[in-house]
Design a protein. Structure first.
Length: 864
């Protein structure tokens, strides 16, 4: 990976500190060459003492008013004897030290001040400013030589004449960042970010796996990962390592990427963190999209977004530490092309938005600038790894933070306990609580149902939860705007259908943010249907960007998927002619065929983007959920019982066809939404009846294997260890139950009849960063050296997190030991610290190879 090594940010030349339009050499340093351009930043751009004393100076050195320059003395060429020179320099030393001490006291007071707006530039005469600037140069130089670069940068920022503009920028960004909409936008209601912010779990690195599953499944996988060995990073520390120029942070929709960016900016603006950064320029992709057709230079772009920068003119960028934040790569509608885009190196050269962006990321444009890009997982691959110095991932709420959130949100402790217990009871709901926005949705629904004597069944499925959420928003709208206790059915239906159409059409395009043109395409009147509708401000947000015009989005992707499913369902049963013409989904003659068609489409999707849509659609086909939404439902007059039975059997048939594991798991979630637990209960009952023997001697069908995996992965018990022998001690059992093994901390595969084929499967598992396995017991399997060599393919992978490996009685020789030693040498990040090899013919030569590794400080192997 290419590293864009960043040098310490130097202080600006006095030209940039005074004015960028200055044509003269800086006062008091006329001997220094004026430079408006620097191609690279040096560690010490301040002048040497030699250049400060050059004979070309036309003014008194350093501008010290106490030291008189005598032109007459110079012209007469009068020579001083040694004693006179000694005396003059003794007096000079005293005066210089006195002046420097005075300025150092001011600098110390300035750095000790908690006021980020304090610049220390009081009214001073011209020569006093010369003294301060000279003393500043020397102080910055010495601080850097003492390795206090951050302190030097902070001091420079406070004394720099452009700090007034910097403080205006901080003030404006701080005002925009300090407020937050917690899933809901209410006029007149302000929530302060610092009051509700919970530090999210950000870790270094992420899975390099292909993104072929819905984000809800990715959340499920992430929620099982042990946190002990991962390296958490505070949001404010992302650029603490001075060698890092660019950071790419991924996270699923709603996990907290934008809030993390907001918090980073707020802490900087309030003077709490990253004060060595001179300027932060947040440029969200959703706003850059609006400039897609324009050609601007980088300076034009900054002037367009940040009016304060217009006062500066052409800045000496290399002298300042600057951070660009590009939030929401997945929302980008620019054609990003790193290979073919033209090269731009000049900040005044006009180009299209995508060209400016690629040149900034590649380092052609402002190579000294820092970059932070955020993205959902599916879009992160658009940035080539060569242009990224640090990869990070936001994991969202841990289990402890989920509880913390509900206890903060619900003031009644008893009610909070009820809600937490209920959420834990439903695995599918508890998984979704990894996303902060879903915690808010759940709290909104359950607080009213459990605390305000609301009638009805407490939601246990996602469809039920979102249905109740929608009902509450409809009631809220009518009570707020029409003072009605019962909603106006037709008006509510019109609102929901308008939003549902937008949700459905944009989901098909894979879009989560929308502009006014997108709304108009769906026949939505922005002013009437959105601004004045309470339901829209609750589940659909009209946002005024940091800089430009309106941007619209649903509060979360899952809300968009639910409304899209509701719209599709209502359109079909209403025989919506328009939709039948635009989508083959609606061409089916009956509901059963319609639902089967959606099942097939979801199974064909490569990235699982229709998985949650399908679950919601099937859930809405239940009569119980239709009853809840009776105000929106047309009267069809036909029973749905036989149709449901047909769809259930079709889904089970698809499971029996043995699709990929991810597809099978989603189909079981679909059955769960349909309240059909028959296949799961069948396997659960069978497994429980066998005790420790479980499946030994039993042949399971593909559907039963999938059901078993679903049962084990959705168990309330934590998957700390998994014994393959209790189920099926064979390579087929290993392959079928691999997802469960992968989710376990201890994989106990002792005496399971495994060979080198099984080792190949396990090597692939160990190479995946989504694997939780820390202890692997393969003892008493006939692996031989060939199997160990295959296993080593996983051990040498940097993603391998294995800490303990047991290979007792596996017919391993010195050749196998050599393979193990080689793999560990090739992987300096290996965490493997214990290897057990009892009962093998390893010979002394083989053992020695591994013992030598114990002496290697770069190797983590401790016990052999």
């Amino acid at each position: 990976m290419m590293k864009h090594k960043r040098s310490d940010s130097p202080e600006p030349s006095l030209v940039s500190m005074k004015t960028d339009h200055s044509r003269e050499c800086p006062l008091g340093f006329s001997d220094m060459k004026c430079s408006t351009e620097q191609s690279m930043r040096s560690d010490s751009p301040e002048p040497s003492l030699v250049s400060m004393r050059t004979d070309h100076s036309r003014e008194c050195p350093l501008g010290f008013s106490d030291i008189k320059c005598s032109t007459e003395q110079r012209s007469a060429g009068k020579k001083l004897n040694k004693n006179q020179v000694e005396s003059i320099f003794k007096e000079l030393e005293h005066k210089v030290i006195t002046l420097i001490k005075k300025e150092l006291r001011k600098f110390k007071e300035l750095l000790s001040s908690d006021d980020p707006a304090c610049t220390g530039r009081e009214e001073e005469d011209k020569e006093d400013l010369h003294v301060k600037d000279g003393a500043l140069k020397i102080t910055l130089h010495v601080l850097k030589s003492m390795k206090h670069t951050d302190l030097a940068n902070t001091l420079r920022n406070k004394l720099d004449p452009i700090s007034e503009i910097q403080q205006t920028l901080k003030s404006n960004l701080g005002d925009k960042s300090k407020r937050i909409n917690e899933g809901i936008s209410q006029h007149g209601h302000v929530t302060l970010l610092n009051e509700i912010y919970t530090e999210l779990y950000i870790i270094e690195g992420w899975s390099g796996d292909v993104c072929d599953e819905h984000e809800v499944r990715q959340i499920d996988t992430a929620s099982r990962r042990p946190e002990t060995k991962e390296k958490p990073i505070k949001c404010s520390d992302l650029f603490k390592d001075k060698s890092i120029r660019s950071v790419l942070t991924k996270g699923v929709a709603g996990i907290g990427k934008t809030v993390s960016v907001q918090k980073f900016i707020l802490d900087w603006a309030e003077g709490k963190a990253n004060q060595d950064i001179s300027f932060i320029f947040p440029l969200p992709f959703r706003e850059l999209n609006l400039l897609k057709e324009k050609r601007l230079s980088l300076m034009d772009l900054l002037h367009h977004f940040f009016f304060q920068m217009r006062k500066i003119g052409l800045l000496n960028w290399e002298a300042y530490k600057v951070l660009f934040i590009f939030d929401g790569l997945d929302e980008c509608r620019l054609p990003i092309n790193f290979q073919d885009n033209e090269r731009v190196c000049d900040v005044t050269e006009a180009a299209s938005m995508d060209v400016l962006l690629t040149n900034l990321i590649k380092g052609n444009l402002l190579p000294s600038a820092l970059l932070w890009i955020t993205s959902r997982p599916g879009a992160a691959h658009q940035i080539p790894p060569d242009f990224v110095d640090q990869l990070t991932e936001i994991r969202g709420f841990s289990d402890a933070q989920k509880e913390e959130y509900f206890r903060k949100k619900i003031s009644d402790d008893s009610l909070a306990n009820k809600i937490i217990s209920h959420m834990k009871f439903s695995r599918s709901l508890y998984i979704m609580c990894h996303i902060p926005v879903f915690c808010w949705i759940s709290a909104t629904v359950l607080e009213r149902m459990l605390g305000e004597a609301e009638h009805g069944e407490i939601p246990k499925t996602l469809t039920q939860m979102f249905t109740h959420f929608l009902i509450f928003q409809i009631k809220h709208k009518d009570q707020k705007y029409h003072q009605k206790s019962d909603p106006d059915a037709q008006q509510s239906k019109d609102y929901i259908m308008a939003l549902g159409k937008l949700a459905f059409q944009q989901l098909e395009k894979g879009k989560l943010i929308f502009y006014e043109e997108d709304l108009r395409e769906c026949g939505i009147d922005v002013r009437e249907a959105l601004v004045h509708s309470g339901v829209c401000t609750q589940i659909f947000r009209e946002e005024f960007g940091l800089h430009l015009g309106k941007v619209f989005s649903f509060v979360h992707l899952s809300v968009q998927e639910f409304l899209a499913a509701l719209y599709a369902f209502l359109s079909f049963i209403s025989k919506n002619v328009t939709e039948q013409q635009t989508s083959d989904l609606f061409s089916k003659s009956n509901m059963s065929d319609f639902l089967k068609c959606v099942v097939d489409k979801a199974l064909q999707s490569e990235n699982g983007h229709l998985d949650l849509f399908l679950r919601f659609l099937l859930g809405l086909s239940l009569e119980s959920n239709q009853t809840l939404l009776q105000g929106l439902m047309p009267q069809t007059g036909s029973s749905s019982h036989s149709k449901q039975e047909t769809v259930n059997e079709y889904i089970k048939e698809k499971i029996r066809e043995d699709p990929s594991l991810e597809k099978s798991i989603n189909l079981f979630h679909c059955l769960n939404e349909l309240n059909d637990q028959s296949l799961v209960q069948e396997v659960q009952t069978f497994v429980n009846s066998r005790g420790d023997r479980r499946l030994c001697g039993t042949r399971l069908s593909p559907a039963q294997w999938s059901a078993l995996v679903f049962v084990l992965l959705n168990s309330e018990q934590e998957l700390n260890e998994f014994h393959l022998r209790k189920y099926e001690p064979s390579e087929e059992g290993l392959l079928r139950l691999l997802p469960v093994i992968k989710a376990s901390r201890k994989a106990l595969l002792r005496e399971c009849n495994l060979t080198d084929d099984g080792c190949g499967i396990l090597a692939s598992m160990l190479s995946s960063s989504s694997s939780n396995v820390r202890e692997l017991n393969l003892s008493y399997n006939n692996l031989k050296d060939s199997g160990v060599k295959m296993l080593c393919d996983g051990l040498r992978n940097p993603e391998c997190k294995l800490e303990m490996l047991l290979l007792c009685g596996c017919n391993v020789t010195a050749e196998g030991c050599a393979a193990l030693a080689s793999a560990l040498k090739e992987n300096p990040s290996s965490q493997l610290n214990e290897i057990y090899l009892f009962g093998n013919k390893t010979e002394e030569s083989g053992v020695k190879l591994l013992k030598d590794l114990q002496k290697d400080p770069k190797c983590s192997l401790e016990k052999l």
